[in-house]
Write a protein that binds this ligand. Structure first.
Ligand code: ZN
Length: 465
């Protein structure tokens, strides 16, 4: 009996949990975090170029003013500097210190204002007084500053302030990145993330970095299905993409929105609107196979870009594996969601879960038993351990990619292997899929997949589709 459960075709170098990849993730965090991103403009372009240096994809553009369904592609926003200075000329709030200080997409201003005139334009979070909140004014011409509540308290309420925002809004383009990895099964899955948040780490520097590493891995293997990778500003970018590629999107079977994957908190799974779709099952089995405890989140129409992908015209089921999900952590949309909050090691675990999820989709075949009357005799085919007592022994990693992640590791026993073969023979009636068998038996997809191939070699199973 072959006891090797690893799938050679899918091995990737460097190993996703290895020190090399963690170091690569850390470097990319450092390069991308400081960039001031928005819906449009140089920040998004720089970000896409840096990601492209890790793995190639196309960068496309759509002109400002283009109608995209019920929306219009906005103008490009540029910003050079912004600050609030006190009467001594010392900058008490400075964009150059932290780009979250400016309400994203603010109009320009250069004025001396009293505190009372300035106050309606200042945003703070009293409940987290040391944090600068992240705010935007995309669809209303306005300007503002975000600062910590502590900073606000220290301001002299009788004083005047020099207020400068050196920004402009000009016709330009909205950029997005995309690449299609072609398969031959006729099934296509979408992997999407968003690139519009400025210096915020878990939301969504982490999603962008995971996106590019997942893309690089997927390009290194031969896939059965097609995978469409999209990176665009949240909401308007997804709407623009859907408007440009409406017909292409109608063939998509499902997908994942990559967001908030590197926080210190719990893993989570946000279900698709279908709740129990194949993409939900694939992700949940990956997490179970890796021994990960996670929070189940129901579908939420106020989530991320599934809000667009799953609307009636498209109805693409989209799920999300997260580690410290957006909305749920205290530092969400604040300056404390920074590089001290996330860790490359956490991102590499989320990456592994997404890789396992995609492998589950890849392995999800339907088989039919060629031995329909009673169970087959495994022993006479050399498929059963001939010496008793070896059952329950560990024979290999339960999950290929978690071998080096000791805290996320489970072992496969000889009993599991026998159960996998008998379950395959029992359930494979030409209609039940491998994911359904994995759900029923709680056996890892990697083991079921390997045993199915073995049973085909022994003329006990045939592939239906
Ligand atoms: Zn966000």
């Amino acid at each position: 009996m072959t006891l090797n459960t690893s799938n050679k075709k899918t091995s990737v170098n460097p190993f996703p949990g290895s020190d090399e990849i963690v170091a690569e993730i850390r470097t990319l965090f450092g390069r991308l975090f400081p960039i001031c991103r928005s819906l449009t403009g140089d920040g998004v372009r720089q970000t896409l170029e840096i990601l492209k240096s890790i793995c190639d994809f196309d960068i496309n553009s759509v002109a400002s003013g283009t109608e995209v369904f019920d929306w219009i592609v906005p103008e490009e926003w540029s910003i050079d500097d912004a600050y609030i200075a006190d009467q001594n000329g010392s900058k008490i709030v400075s964009f150059k210190e932290n780009n979250v200080h400016v309400v994203n997409y603010s109009t320009a201003i250069d004025a001396v204002l009293t505190f009372d005139q300035l106050r309606p334009h200042l945003h703070t979070l009293a409940e987290l007084p040391s944090a600068i909140p992240y705010r935007t004014t995309y669809y209303k011409k306005d300007w503002g500053f975000c600062l910590s509540h502590d900073q606000l308290e220290r301001m002299d309420k009788k004083a005047k302030y020099q207020v400068l925002i050196s920004s402009s809004h000009k016709p330009g383009v909205l950029n997005y990145g995309e690449v299609l990895i072609p398969g031959h099964s006729g099934q296509e899955y979408l992997v999407s993330t968003y690139c519009c948040h400025p210096s915020l780490a878990n939301d969504n520097l982490s999603g962008m970095v995971l996106w590019v590493f997942l893309l690089r891995w997927l390009k290194s293997i031969k896939t059965e299905h097609s995978y469409r990778f999209i990176i665009a500003p949240e909401t308007i970018g997804a709407i623009t993409y859907l408007s440009e590629k409406t017909e292409d999107m109608k063939n998509i079977d499902g997908g994942y929105v990559l967001s908030t994957v590197a926080g210190p908190g719990k893993f989570g799974y946000s279900h698709s609107f279908k709740k129990d779709h194949l993409i939900d099952k694939a992700a949940k089995l990956a997490m179970a196979d890796c021994g990960v405890e996670y929070i189940n989140y129901p579908f939420d129409i106020s989530g991320s870009d599934e809000r667009q992908f799953s609307t009636p015209g498209f109805r693409i089921p989209m799920g999300t594996i997260s580690k410290d999900k957006y909305f749920e952590y205290d530092y969400y949309h604040t300056s404390l969601d920074n590089l001290d909050f996330i860790k490359p090691e956490y991102l590499s675990k989320s990456l592994i879960l997404y890789m396992m999820t995609i492998l589950n989709l890849e392995r999800n075949k339907i088989y039919k038993s060629l031995n329909q009357y009673c169970e087959p005799m495994l022993g006479k085919r050399g498929l059963y351990p001939s010496i008793g007592g070896s059952q329950k022994q560990k024979v290999g990693a339960r999950a290929d990619f978690f071998e080096k992640q000791s805290n996320l590791n489970k072992a496969v026993t000889v009993t599991d292997e026998i159960e996998a073969m008998l379950s395959l023979m029992f359930y494979s009636d030409g209609e039940v899929s491998l994911i359904d068998i994995a759900e029923k038996t709680k056996l890892p997809m990697s083991v079921l997949d390997e045993k199915a191939k073995l049973l085909i070699k022994k003329d006990l199973l045939e592939l239906v589709k």
